[in-house]
Design a protein around this ligand. Structure first.
Ligand code: GLU
Length: 306
C-alpha cells in the first residue's frame, strides 16, 4: 500500500460525491463542502499514509457509538451492555423507532441511535470529561474537543432522539435522567475529529486493542472482538449487509461524513467525505473503501479465497 494507491482510490470515489447530499437534519452539518474528500491509513508496521483532506475536522457523529460501546464493555461488562441492546442488525434506518415501538424488546444493537442512547445510560457516571478522555486516548489525539456549534445545532433539533429516549424510558431500558443522558449522547456525537484520528482508532482495533508502536493495551481482546464484529454486522445501518459483501471490512459511518474501517491484523482506515447516500453513509467514502479493499484484496473473506 502506498499514497499513489490512496490517490487512485480518492479519484475513483470522487465522482460519486455529486450523487449524494450533505446531512441537513442537523442544520450546522449542511455547511460542509460536499466536495471534500480525505483518507488516512495507519498500518501495524508503522506506516502512516494520507491523501486529500485528512486534517479537515468534522464531527464524529455515529462513529462515537464505537467508542461508547467499547468503553461501556470495558467498564461495565458484556451482560450490562447487552441488557441495554441486542446484537442484531436492525435492517432499519439509523433513527428508526418502529422496530422498538412494536415490541416490548430492547433496541436491536448499540450502533443504531436507540441502542446507542441506551448504552449512554450506562456511561452517565463517566460524564463528558471521562468520555472525552477516552476518545482522545483511543484516537491518539489530545486536541480532540467538543464542537459546541454543532452540538447546539443538533441539541435544538433532537426531537427524534428525544422520542426514542422517552420510549426507551417507558420500557424501563433507560433508568437515568433522560435529558442528562441525551445531552451526553449528543455531545459525544459532536466531538471534532479528522480522518487521521479515525485511522488511529481503527489501528488499535485492528491490533486487538494494543497500540503496535508502544505495546500499550487500551482495550481488552474480548471487547475488541465484540465491537469489531458488531461493526461488521451493524456499522453501516441498513446498508451493512451490502457493504459487507462489496467491501468486507468492519466499519462504522457517521452523518458528519466519516467512516472508520478496520482491516483485522493489518491497518486502520479513516475516510472523510460529507456527501451521504440515502442511508446516511458517505457515498464517496464507501466507493473509496471498495476500491482499496478490491485492489489490495483486504475483504475479510478474501482469506478463504487465497
Ligand atoms: N448524532 C446523529 C444522530 O443522533 C448521529 C447519526 C449518525 O451519524 O448516523 O442523529
Amino acid at each position: 500500500m502506498d499514497e499513489a494507491l490512496l490517490y487512485q482510490a480518492l479519484e475513483f470515489g470522487r465522482p460519486y460525491a455529486e450523487r449524494g447530499k450533505v446531512a441537513s437534519y442537523i442544520p450546522e452539518l449542511s455547511k460542509a463542502d460536499w466536495r471534500d474528500l480525505g483518507i488516512s491509513v495507519h498500518t501495524i508496521d508503522g506506516q502512516q499514509l494520507h491523501c486529500g483532506q485528512c486534517d479537515r475536522r468534522f464531527t464524529i457523529q455515529s462513529i462515537s457509538k464505537v467508542i461508547n460501546l467499547a468503553i461501556a464493555l470495558e467498564h461495565f461488562g458484556f451482560d450490562a451492555v447487552f441488557h441495554k441492546a441486542k446484537m442484531e442488525p436492525s435492517g432499519a434506518a439509523f433513527n428508526a423507532m418502529s422496530r422498538i415501538s412494536d415490541t416490548e424488546d430492547i433496541p436491536f444493537n448499540p450502533l443504531v441511535n436507540s441502542g446507542a442512547i441506551a448504552v449512554v445510560d450506562l456511561l452517565l457516571p463517566l460524564g463528558l470529561e471521562g468520555m472525552l478522555a477516552a476518545a482522545r486516548s483511543l484516537c491518539s489525539d489530545n486536541s480532540i474537543t467538543l464542537d459546541e456549534v454543532v452540538f447546539q445545532s443538533e441539541w435544538s433539533h433532537s426531537a427524534r432522539n428525544h422520542s426514542l429516549a422517552y420510549l426507551l424510558q417507558s420500557k424501563g431500558v433507560i433508568t437515568g435522567d433522560v435529558e442528562e443522558l441525551l445531552k451526553l449522547y449528543t455531545q459525544l456525537c459532536s466531538l471534532s475529529v479528522n480522518a487521521d484520528n479515525l485511522a488511529s482508532l481503527g489501528l488499535l482495533l485492528a491490533n486487538g486493542g494494543v497500540h503496535p508502536a508502544t505495546g500499550r493495551r487500551f482495550l481488552q481482546e474480548e471487547v475488541v472482538r465484540t465491537v469489531v464484529t458488531i461493526m461488521l454486522t451493524c456499522g453501516m445501518y441498513d446498508g451493512s449487509g451490502e457493504f459487507a459483501v462489496r467491501v468486507g471490512l468492519p466499519s462504522k459511518s457517521g452523518v458528519g461524513g466519516g467512516i472508520l474501517s478496520v482491516v483485522p491484523g493489518e491497518m486502520g482506515i479513516g475516510v472523510y467525505g460529507p456527501s451521504l447516500d440515502e442511508k446516511g453513509n458517505s457515498i464517496a467514502g464507501q466507493q473509496i473503501l471498495k476500491y482499496i479493499s478490491r485492489t489490495e484484496k483486504l475483504h475479510i473473506i478474501d482469506r478463504c479465497i487465497r
